[in-house]
Write a protein that binds this ligand. Structure first.
Ligand code: PMP
Length: 293
């Protein structure tokens, strides 16, 4: 079984450039630079009990990503928050996933973004099942991809851009190896992140995760897990990790908006000592309580 994202569009709702539109009108131009060049930024946001989880943090990251690529999101932070709530209200789902996307907009062929006058903005609400429940229970099997994370001096990992090809190449490696997910290393051979998630390990009771400067997205779920660890009295440290640290960890798990918390059973054929381990179980149940609250 692969680590699949499967969308069931029958529940999908779309807000496009200012209003909820029928799905067959939820279309962009073939001249949108978001499509032609991956020129745009996005967020994935979960909603639980019809309320968006960590909306402020996601919108802040979206506006920062946009600022970093000189893209003027054609609305205010407050109006976009209202649009997110409007999209949830239009959805019939109790729990779901939102994709907020800002694209450079329509322009002539040629990469120059200054020739795109009107950035596009849309929000999709749908279901997201990133991993099947069987994999979630037995734990994910990971490989370390040969594809390296793009260096931060090429594309800062804090920009959540529409360019995922680097991660897609790693994901293809996982698929071809029959694994559930791939870990990307940075150019120095240290652990960066998963294809759409951050990586944690537990070593002698201590929680360790890669700092963003190593090539990880500053994940919002990662931040929530670090907060939950603090609350639980679990020592945590952001520190550079090598494949060795993953292979010899007591526990390993992945975090992300889509992934939520996924325990890892195996990395490159090495079985982890515990899956799900006690630290994972503690943090996962705290996470469940938090999103249920
Ligand atoms: N890394 C990458 C490359 C991602 O796409 C994601 C998913 N947004 C994450 C990490 C996890 O981040 P978050 O917890 O904010 O969803």
């Amino acid at each position: 079984m692969t680590f699949m994202e499967s969308f069931m569009h029958e529940h999908a709702v779309c807000w496009l450039n200012g209003r909820i539109v029928p799905l067959d009108e939820a279309r962009l131009s073939v001249f949108d630079h978001g499509l032609l060049y991956g020129d745009g930024v996005f967020e994935g946001i979960r909603f639980y009990h019809r309320r968006p989880f960590r909306l402020e943090a996601h919108l802040e990251r979206l506006f920062d990503s946009a600022r970093a690529i000189c893209l003027d999101i054609p609305t205010t932070h407050a109006a976009l928050a209202a649009a997110v709530l409007e999209t949830i209200a239009a959805s019939t789902l109790e729990d779901g996933y939102l994709r907020v996307v800002a694209t450079r907009g329509v322009g002539p062929l040629g990469i120059d973004p200054s020739r795109c006058a009107n950035p596009g903005l849309f929000i999709i609400a749908d279901q997201l099942r990133m991993i099947d429940s069987e994999t979630r229970e037995r734990g994910a099997r990971l490989i370390i991809a040969a594809t390296r994370r793009l260096p931060p001096d090429g594309l800062d990992p804090r920009i959540k851009s529409l360019n995922y090809l680097n991660h897609i190449l790693a994901r293809i490696e996982a698929n071809q190896a029959g694994a559930d997910e791939a870990i990307l290393l940075n150019a120095a051979g240290r652990v960066a992140e998963g294809t759409a998630d951050n990586v944690f390990i537990v070593r002698r009771g201590k929680l360790l995760t890669t700092p963003p400067v190593e090539g990880a997205l500053a994940g919002i779920t990662r931040e929530v897990v670090l907060d939950l660890a603090r609350e639980a009295g679990i020592a945590a440290e952001e520190i550079a990790l090598a494949p060795y640290d993953l292979y010899t960890a007591d526990e390993c798990f992945l975090t992300g908006t889509g992934a939520e918390l996924i325990p890892v059973a195996e990395i490159d054929g090495r079985s982890l000592r515990a899956c799900p381990g006690p630290v994972f179980r503690d943090l996962a149940s705290r996470f469940q309580r938090l999103v249920a609250a």
